[in-house]
Structures are given as C-alpha cells and as structure tokens.
Design a protein around this ligand. Structure first.
Ligand SMILES: *[C@@H]1O[C@H](CO)[C@@H](O)[C@H](O)[C@H]1NC(C)=O
Ligand SMILES: *[C@@H]1O[C@H](CO)[C@@H](O)[C@H](O)[C@H]1NC(C)=O
Ligand SMILES: *[C@@H]1O[C@H](CO)[C@@H](O)[C@H](O)[C@H]1NC(C)=O
Ligand SMILES: *[C@@H]1O[C@H](CO)[C@@H](O)[C@H](O)[C@H]1NC(C)=O
Ligand SMILES: *[C@@H]1O[C@H](CO)[C@@H](O)[C@H](O)[C@H]1NC(C)=O
Length: 648
C-alpha cells in the first residue's frame, strides 16, 4: 500500500529534474566522515527517496562511490530508500549501536516521508541525524511538521554561500518542548582548505540553557530529604531538604522554571497495570520530575525514566535496641585465651618448684646460707606466695641470689600479665553487646511477636508485594497485610519503632542515619536485604534526562552534591555520637556475684571453723573434766584400796 503511494508520488514528479545527490561527492564524503568521527558511530545509513528511473545510472554510480569511500575508511555503510528502511529496519533500529542516519537531500518526498512516516514512531534521540539541505530551503520550513526533541542530535548541513570555495555550515537544531520555536546552534564548518571543524564543547555544554522551560516538580514530605515549604494558606511554595537544595542548583544552572506539587505516596503498580502516587503522576502527565527519595526498582525503571543515581543506600529492617545488654559471665576470662591461662598456671607451678628446689638444696648442702625466717619454706606456702605475685601481691624478699632471681622473674611476668589483663578487660567491658531477638528477616518471621511495617504505597511495599523471595513473601502475607495504617514516611515509621512495643520497620540506611537523632530510641538493623539507588524520576519519554544527568554529574564531580548531602545528613550515627560509654551495673554483675559469693563462703567457712573450734574446746574441756574425774576416781579408788587393805 505504502509502495503504491510512493509510486504515485514519483509519477507526479517526473516533470521536474530530480536527483538524489545535491552536493558534489567530496562534500558528502568529508562531512559525513567528520560527523561520524565526532560521534564514533558504528554504522551509517544513507537515506534517500525512491530513485528516479531516468537518471538512476549516474546517480547510483555516485552513491556507490560514496559508499565505497566510507567503506574504505572501515565504516559500515548502507544506502537505503526511506520506504525500504521503514520496512526492513523498522522497529529494530535499536539493534544498531550508535547509528548515524543521513538524509541525502531535502526533496519534498524525503521531507514528507521523514515527517510523517519516520519521525512519529522512531525515537528521534536514539540515532544521530545529518540532513543536507539545498541553499534555498529554510531550516524552519523543513522542520515545520517535525518535533525535534531536546535530546535529539539533528545536524543540518547547508552551503555557506561562498562562491569561490564553497564550504558547508553544519547547524544543530532542537526544540526545548513540543510546539516551541526551533533553536539552532553552530555545530561545525567545512571548507575545502581547512576540512571540517568540529565543536569543542559537549552536547549539553552547548545546550545548557532551557530558556525558562517549566518543570512541574512532584515531591513528598519526607524529612530530611525532601521537606515541602508552604505559605500561610498551606499552598506549596517550594522544597527544602537535600532534594530541594539540589533542585535549586539545577534550576540555576539549567535556567528553567520550577513549580512544586505535592503527593503523599511514592507509587506502586496496581493489579490493573496503573501506577499510583508520584510515579503515577509522571505517567499521567501531571508532573515532569519527581524530586524525592525515589528508589530505583525494576518495575519502576520499566515504567518511567530515571536520572543518574544521586546516591545509593541499603534497604534494611530496623528494630528498637533491647534495653538490656548481654550479661557477660565470661568477661573475666575473655581477656586471655585458654592457652594463656594454662601457661600462667604452668609458670606458677614451675617457679614454685624452682624455689622449693633451691630451698631444699641449700638446707641440705649449705646450712650456713639458710634463708631468713620470713621466707616461706614449705611448698604450699611458696605456691601461695607465687600465686599472690601474679595477683600483684608482694612477697618477702629472700637473701639468697638464686631465689631472688626467681622472684624477679615472676614479678616481671606478673606485672606484664596484669597490665595486659586490665587493658583487655576494660575494653571487653566497655564494648556493649546487645542481644537481638533475631538478626534476619527469617528470624523476624519465626519470632512472630513483632509487627512489621513499610512506608505506604512505596517501592518498599511493592518490593514485598512482588517478591520471589519465599521469606519476604510469607512476611508480606502474614504480617504486612495485617497493618491497617502504614506510615506515610520514614520518620513516622521509625517513630513507630520507638513508640510501639515490638515493631519492625523496613527502610533505607541513610534515612536512619539522619533520623536517629529525631526518634527517641536507638535503632538496630537486621541483615541487609538489598542495595538500592536513589534518583530523580522523569516522564517516560522525557527528553531532559541527558541535560539533568550532565548537570548532576557536574555537581557530583565538583563535590557540591557531597557537600549538600553532608549538610543535610547530620551524621549522628551510634558511634559518631561521641561522649563516654558508661559501664553499667550489669557489666560488673559477674564480679559482684563473685564478691558476694566469696564473702558468703568466707563467712560460712569461718562459722564452720568457729563451730568446729568451739566443739573442740568443749570436747577438750570435757576431756579435761573426764580426765580430772578419772584422776579423782583413780585417786579415790586408790584411797579405797588403801582403806580396804588397811582394813584387812
Ligand atoms: C569518540 O571516541 C573518542 C576517542 O575514543 C573520544 O575521545 C570521544 O569522546 C568519543 N565521542 C563521543 C561522542 O563519544
Ligand atoms: C534564561 O531564560 C530566559 C527566558 O526565560 C532568558 O531570557 C534568559 O536570557 C536566560 N538566561 C540565561 C543566562 O541564558
Ligand atoms: C485500576 O484500578 C484502580 C483502583 O484499583 C482504578 O481507580 C483505576 O481506574 C483502574 N485503572 C484501569 C485502567 O482500569
Ligand atoms: C503534558 O501536560 C502538559 C501540560 O498540561 C501539556 O502541555 C503536554 O502537551 C502534555 N504532554 C503530553 C505528552 O501529553
Ligand atoms: C510482578 O512481577 C512480574 C514480573 O516481574 C510482573 O509481570 C507483574 O506485573 C508484577 N506484579 C505486580 C503486582 O507488581
């Protein structure tokens, strides 16, 4: 059908002279090659209208020569009629990497086919375009019916009117928005003498000005990343926070106008394929940019455009830190490994043995050198004294050199061990570990006493809704659907974690870093669920991604973005908070228990000893009495015997 129309057009044309190539071959060759080298295209497609059967002989020779020239420079080149291009390449032009499409002339045929058959369906910004116009054709006239969107690289080559040595002026054309005036800028010049002169600036350095183009910026109240500013009547007037600051910088550097809108949902995909919230507003054309902490997710990337990531963060679930820290019963043994303890005991035994040996050797062979009386001489006493040294107790000095050397060695060892032990013990006590009821999402599910929430209608919510992870799926079905009132933003969610008993909330790391100081409790994370990036959202077909990206990258490379982030992210993390960590009573509980047990045991032993001693005294007394009694009895019996004898 289409071919038939084209055939009809040709037959209408036969009256006038009709040629495909409107420039000498040398101009085509060097201009096309120059543009190709600038854009590093992998493939060039030369488009022309249907060939005129009468003049086709010379025409096709010239075309072949052009193609041969480019092929010799290792550039893949194809010559195609526009109708063939539509039929053959059609929707699969995306398979060609960085193509350069060249319109060889500006015939009405070419213009009409381009305006009505190619421009409406092709993504104009995907390829680079080069159009050769006759001197008498005006650029505005040629592009009258064509929307050259802002990110389209459309180059137009026209003769420069110099009669002596004809050159070419290559202009780029674009429109800031549909229906707006066509803007032109010099791209390059060509002359026979100097060849092609290409631009020094990059695309968005050349088109950095949006001339006051209006952007409708959608945002969400989500302190501190984006905070809506209002006037007295509650009307939205601006945006604060990190995204507000970034938008202000972008507005200044892109020379655009911003109006702010507000929604209270990030947006998720409904069952019937429509989007809600901020993402939905981009799709429904009620806003142009979403400036809020918009997480890049797969289904969102399919539905809208994202700029280059502004920052990346991790998704995690947070719970309130338990109020009690773990009781470390083993804290007093932690400083040393078991082998060190064994070594200490062995050391005590060896030194005891050495001192005892020296003692006994001296008492055997050199009585005159006998030690002074203060020093213990029997083995248990020596053992106890050496043990005392390791507990930093003193020990009476010996006058014997071998024993003094032993004493010196054990004192030195004792000092070193004590210092090492104290240091390790202090650090072990100062670091508090809190026992979390669980550390994974699986644990959260098994625990079954916690409630679980995410921000309403957010990426986090759809993340759960459409997850392939079994645990997260069950979590959604069992816990999340039960929540009637999901929080609107991260601050609300984290406040719930602090104020409710047993509430777990999924959020991004940096939100917690910033909001930790605002909520009344310490939040602890469970294991990371996934890594994610935050970026601006744009309308699906938005031509402004390139310019936003280039400005964002500029802000990032210059460090301005980091500065902005730091000033809005008051770094008040757990460890950055500073100040002293106090050691709580719980931390020294083991010691206190040991002390009390010791006192109790000592008291018990003392009592038992006393009891035993008193009993012993009583028994002694009783024995004495018995003895006395026996003595008396003996005496009496003696007397009695004596009396008996004398009576006899
Ligand atoms: C083309 O390649 C050159 C060298 O590899 C590079 O310097 C230039 O930036 C590239 N141009 C574009 C538009 O990518
Ligand atoms: C910004 O855009 C306005 C049009 O809204 C224009 O008049 C002005 O010259 C532009 N400013 C700069 C610095 O280009
Ligand atoms: C999709 O569903 C929502 C409510 O669930 C409804 O408001 C909307 O009109 C539906 N859209 C389409 C295209 O069916
Ligand atoms: C989007 O909305 C704006 C303002 O209402 C309008 O000017 C523009 O043409 C719309 N764009 C599309 C693609 O419908
Ligand atoms: C879930 O994901 C699948 C494929 O990834 C998609 O086809 C489907 O529409 C998604 N459903 C919802 C409710 O997001």
């Amino acid at each position: 059908m289409r071919k038939l129309i084209i055939l009809l057009c040709i037959s209408a044309h036969t009256g006038q002279s009709y040629c495909q190539l409107i420039r000498p071959n040398v101009i085509y060759e060097s201009v096309i090659k120059g543009v190709h080298d600038y854009y590093n295209n992998t493939c060039i497609i030369l488009l022309h209208a249907t060939e005129d059967p009468i003049e086709s002989q010379e025409e096709s020779e010239n075309l072949q020569r052009l193609q041969a020239y480019l092929s010799k420079a290792y550039i893949r080149t194809a010559v195609m009629q526009i109708s063939t291009f539509i039929d053959r390449v059609g929707g699969s032009y995306y398979h060609i990497k960085r193509p350069l499409f060249v319109l060889l002339n500006d015939d009405d045929d070419v213009r009409n086919q381009f305006a009505f058959e190619i421009a409406p369906w092709i993504d104009m910004s995907y390829p680079n375009w080069l159009v050769f116009l006759r001197p008498e054709t005006s650029i505005e006239g040629f592009f009258d019916k064509i929307y050259v969107q802002f990110d389209c690289t459309m180059m137009v080559s026209q003769p420069d009117g110099n009669l002596e040595s004809p050159g070419e002026i290559i202009t780029e054309v674009y429109q800031i928005d549909r229906g707006e005036k066509l803007r032109t800028g010099l791209f390059a010049t060509w002359s026979r003498e100097t060849g092609i002169k290409l631009p020094r600036w990059s695309l968005y350095q050349r088109r950095s000005d949006l001339q006051g183009h209006l952007f409708r910026v959608m945002s969400i109240e989500d302190p501190p990343q984006s905070m809506i500013r209002r006037d007295d009547n509650g009307q939205v007037t601006g945006l604060g926070g990190f995204f507000g600051g970034l938008m202000d910088l972008l507005q200044e550097s892109m020379n655009c106008t911003l109006v702010y809108l507000e929604t209270n949902e990030w947006g998720y995909l409904r069952g019937n394929g429509t989007w809600t919230g901020a993402v939905g507003s981009l799709i429904d054309n009620t806003s142009d940019i979403v400036a809020a902490e918009l997480i890049m997710t797969r289904d969102r990337v399919d539905a809208i455009k994202f700029t280059t990531p502004v920052y990346s963060t991790k998704i995690r679930t947070y719970i309130k830190r338990p109020s009690l820290s773990a009781l470390k019963w083993g804290a007093y043994f932690i400083p040393f490994e078991p082998s060190v303890w064994v070594a200490i005991v062995v050391m005590i035994v060896i030194t005891t043995a050495t001192i005892s040996l020296v003692n006994s050797a001296i008492s055997l062979f050199a009585r005159q050198w006998k030690d002074n009386d203060d020093c213990p001489t029997n083995v248990p006493d020596i053992f106890f004294a050496v043990f005392g040294v390791f507990c930093s107790q003193g020990m009476s000095a010996s006058i014997l050199d071998p024993i003094r050397i032993s004493h010196f060695v054990i004192h030195l060892t004792g000092v070193i061990i004590l210092a090492a032990y104290s240091a390790a013990l202090i650090s072990a006590l100062a670091v508090k570990t809190f026992v979390l009821p669980f550390t994974t999402m699986d644990g959260l599910l098994k625990d079954n006493t916690y409630r679980f929430g995410v921000v309403r209608d957010s990426a986090d919510y759809s993340f759960f809704q459409n997850t392939t992870d079994e645990i997260l799926g069950v979590l959604f079905d069992k816990l999340l659907v039960k929540e009637k009132e999901l929080p609107n933003n991260y601050l609300e969610g984290l406040s719930l974690v602090c104020n409710e008993d047993k509430y777990a909330f999924m959020t991004v790391d940096n939100a917690v870093t910033q909001l930790q100081s605002e909520v009344g409790c310490v939040l602890v994370p469970l294991d990371t669920i996934s890594q994610t990036s935050i970026a601006f959202g744009l309308r699906p077909g938005s031509p402004y991604r390139g310019i936003l990206d280039s400005h964002l990258l500029l802000l990032r490379d210059s460090g301005v973005m980091q500065r902005l982030l730091n000033s809005h992210w008051a770094m008040t993390g757990d460890n950055v908070e500073g100040g002293w960590e106090s050691v709580e009573i719980g931390d020294i509980l083991p010691l206190a228990v040991m002390l009390l047990t010791g006192i109790f045991m000592g008291f018990m032993i003392l009592s038992i000893e006393k009891l035993v001693k008193r009993n012993a005294k009583i028994i002694k007394k009783e024995k004495k009495i018995v003895k006395k009694f026996l003595k008396n009895a003996k005496f009496l019996s003696g007397q009695l015997n004596h009396v008996k004898k004398s009576n006899k």
